[in-house]
Design a protein around this ligand. Sequence first.
Ligand SMILES: [Cu+2]
Length: 232
Amino acid sequence: MRKTFVALTAMALVGSAAMFVIGPRLAGAQGGGTVEVEVKYNGAPVVEKLKVNKDTEKCGTETTIEKVVVGSNKGLANVVASAPNAKGGPAAKKVVVDQHGCKFVPHVSVMAPGELELKNSDDILHNIHTYSTANPAINKAQPKFKKTMTEKFEKPEVIKLTCDVHSWMLGWVAVVPGIGAVTDTNGVAKLENVPAGKQKIEVWHETLGKQDKEVDVKAGQTTKVSFEMKGK
Ligand SMILES: [Cu+2]
């Protein structure tokens, strides 16, 4: 009987401690807010089509290089949006880029400094070749039997991914020091748990360049910021 009482008391204590920890998190989102970044593009999409004559059973006979992807409402996709000075963002989860149909999928990724997993789901030889300056450049064959390869990118920068076997393959990985996300086909990216206060928000696009703005982030609220990118 006494044991049961002790156990119940312990459970009650644990329960209230948990409430104490969870309570403020839910209310104030860890003292951070959400920044909804919207990027518009006033122009036509840019998509290059090319004929393929190599590994056609996996790559197809034609491929597209999507340089400027414009969705509904003039939203610009594939833009890296980030709050580079935001500390205490969500813990980095492993980012995966697949080589599928002789394309890098997704075309643009964002990661915290750390590890990138490169998948080869094509069952053919690819050769990862990165163009980077802050991080060591990689030039490595990934034969069909090597399904995954893990590479370290510890320094913030935007890294260009190419393949020496398939000249049209192009991808980008943005290593971001703070909190980052990639815009969807509506041109929207959500940065979650951004610490309250003044924050610099940066946007980067592979052909349209870079812009930044300062926003005032309020805890537990969504702050909207919009950008417009112009064709060159
Ligand atoms: Cu390849």
